[in-house]
Design a protein around this ligand. Structure first.
Ligand SMILES: Cc1ncc(COP(=O)(O)O)c(C=O)c1O
Length: 468
């Protein structure tokens, strides 16, 4: 099957006019031969956008972002520093390397990521992984014994890791999930989006004894972008602390966490931030929750700051190496760090954040993203009715309520056949059982023509699926 030629011509024209076009060559787009191969092949064929065969159609940045070509350069610079300097790499800058010393790497990464989440650099820490960070935040801000508020509200279809974190935190405090875990139900099986009004009604119902509200900025299954400022305001009016899981929002949509008065947030960096599988995560803690009001010499060791599960890297830098056993956190989100961070991980993340900076930041990317995802949606909606009838787009159609991703809900039993057929045509998207395909054109490296490739492949796959 193929879309009418004018559609592909239109896509090519849009690509030619795309001001961000050059950034595609900043990424290793797997070639068609690579994605069907079981060997790594020659290095030249593995790294770089100029792979020897045709590029595949990779629309999976919502799951794992592509590798920036400069990542290997930066990692090599890090390895060379380590090889040549050993422990001195902690504090000795290298004149011919752009990398910070290892002692400064976390602060540099926080500076680079702050504009992406809309926080002050001091409100952001690049550390650990999303689920670990969620536990650390809950350990600090979920205090049922002290506050008398014991409930945590989350969505009923939360990403399992969030669900497990909440469940086990509640049990950790000796409470029962039956009475302390409140899940916001979806309106109906036909309408899977979380409406702000459903969240609002759950808050109103449980306002008196709810401690924490945990929601996704963008819901992983439906791709819905929630109204973060409105929900945060409403929860605050009821004395509830709000944590946002930004796994699918960070690097995807503009965020203004400080201005939106968000209490805290967590994210991973391997999706739209392209740091590599399992890459280092991050957290945001609003300045008002991370103040330190006592001095190091104060005898009181547990007042003047929010208690937390602590480690030496969260200790004030000035006294970190004094090796005193009195915890004195650095003010800000950095005070929530525990261990010295993996420099390999931070180097990989920052390589990608350089590309974000050069592209002009998330606001610039968002303009292209809205257009690209809108184009994809338009092509899907224009498919012949016999094919179009086999799936439903469950992502909100209003661009203000979604990011790059569209989620297609297929008819029962079609998913595996369709995914196999897409791969056979060198198209990579991802699936969530039982019936959803998630497809996400990432504005840094995807093109309008990628959208055409996907829709053609999907049409063929769906026709094949019906006859199989
Ligand atoms: C929405 C959401 N929350 C949490 C996680 C878990 O992240 P991690 O494995 O980095 O803790 C993921 C992972 O994909 C996710 O998509």
């Amino acid at each position: 099957m193929s879309l009418p030629t004018p559609t592909r011509d239109r896509a090519r024209l849009l690509d030619q006019k795309d001001g961000l076009r050059r950034f595609r060559s900043e990424f290793a787009v797997p070639s068609t031969s690579q994605i069907h191969s079981n060997t790594l092949g020659a290095l030249g064929d593995t790294v770089g956008a100029s792979a020897v065969s045709q590029p595949s159609t990779y629309l999976c940045g919502n799951s794992l972002g592509l590798q920036p070509t400069r990542t290997s350069t930066r990692i090599q610079q890090h390895l060379s520093t380590w090889a040549a300097q050993g422990v001195q790499g902690h504090f000795k800058p290298m004149a011919d390397s752009p990398l910070p010393t290892w002692l400064d790497a976390d602060a540099k990464a926080a500076e680079m990521i702050a504009p992406i989440v809309g926080g002050e650099a001091s409100e952001v820490a690049v550390m650990q992984t999303l689920t670990a960070n969620l536990h650390f935040l809950l350990s600090a801000f979920y205090r049922p014994e002290a506050s008398g508020r014991h409930k945590i509200i989350l969505e009923s279809k939360a990403f399992p890791s969030d669900h497990f974190a909440v469940e086990t935190q509640i049990r950790h405090h000796g409470l029962s999930t039956k009475s302390s875990m409140i899940t916001v139900e979806m309106p109906s099986s036909d309408n899977t989006a979380i409406a702000t009004r459903d969240v609002v009604s759950a808050i109103s119902q449980h306002a008196a004894d709810t401690a924490v509200l945990l929601l996704p900025g963008i819901q992983y299954y439906t791709g819905e972008f929630l109204d973060i400022p409105a929900i945060t305001d409403f929860a605050h009016a009821h004395g509830i602390f709000v944590i946002w899981d930004l796994a699918h929002a960070v690097g995807n949509v503009p965020l203004r966490l400080h201005d939106w008065n968000v209490d805290a947030a967590v994210w991973c960096s391997y999706k739209y931030l392209n740091s590599g599988p399992g890459g280092i995560g991050g957290l945001f803690v609003h300045a008002r929750h991370s103040q330190v009001t006592r001095s190091f010499v104060d005898e009181q060791s547990d007042t003047g700051f929010t208690n937390r599960l602590a480690g030496w890297w969260g200790n004030d830098k000035a006294t970190r190496f004094v090796m005193a056993t009195k915890f004195h956190p650095v003010p800000g989100a950095a005070g929530f760090q525990l261990s010295n961070p993996s420099i390999l991980d931070i180097t990989s993340l920052c390589a990608s954040l350089e590309v974000f900076q050069e592209a002009g930041g998330v606001d610039v990317l968002r303009t292209k993203s809205v257009s690209l995802t809108g184009f994809l949606e338009e092509l899907l909606n224009a498919l012949p009715s016999d094919v179009r009838g086999k799936f439903r787009i469950i992502t909100p159609s209003d661009p203000a309520h979604r990011g790059a991703q569209l989620s297609l809900l297929l008819g029962d039993g079609l998913l595996d056949t369709v995914m196999d057929a897409l791969l056979a045509r060198s198209v990579i998207a991802d699936d969530r059982k039982p019936n959803v395909i998630r497809v996400a054109p990432a504005p840094l490296y995807n093109s309008y023509e990628d959208c055409v490739n996907f829709v053609e492949a999907l049409e063929e796959a769906l026709r094949g699926a019906s006859t199989s």
